[in-house]
Design a binder for this molecule. Sequence first.
Ligand code: AMP
Length: 217
Amino acid sequence: MRIVFLGAPGSGKGTQAQRLMADHGMVQVSTGDLLREAVKSATPLGLKAKARMDAGELVSDDIVLELIRERLQAPDTRRGFILDGFPRNVAQARALGPVLEAAGLALDAVVLLEVDLDILMKRLTGRRTCSVTGKLLNIHFSPQAELDACRKAGGELIQRADDNEQTIGNRLRVYREQTEPLIAHYRATGLLRVVDGEGEIDDIYRRLVAALGVARP
Ligand code: AMP
């Protein structure tokens, strides 16, 4: 399947995409992850993107479109993919159409993960990644045993540079102003599936696979 994940920062797109990837072999394509890698390796593209990311603003459409075009050419995406964090505005959604057409790929569904603002704030301020296992954790919500397991494995709980309160405020504003209009855009195409993104990760995943009509392994 070829899916777009829509949802505010902290709505659980990355977490749910990783589960779909593990169970169904689709590839998670996260423009945020691709950009963070470019920043880490200090590529020219990464250097251009860094200031915008640190401020919680969107990186230019040209940059992310180039990343997506390149990534979708890799053979692993033939098994299906989840676009996580792309498109982020209507111009990107319009540009995506021809990119997919040229590759002979059509979208099967667009999933919107719906989560209330106060929960988003807690998820974002508490979000951490284990430096050894790469597991996504949350100091407010993850079981203590899972947080301890990271330390026991010799890892540290790393906070994303843009998960501080000021940048989070900007990212949520940018979502409301630029990304939310995509809901109407994709509703009009008939592809939109709205999933309640609150509660336990397992329950959200159950609702997600039901909405997509994919069998649970
Ligand atoms: P994310 O990990 O999806 O929350 O993305 C982190 C940051 O990367 C965002 O705040 C933006 O600065 C940038 N970014 C990620 N995806 C996009 C996109 N599709 N368009 C523009 N900027 C993006």
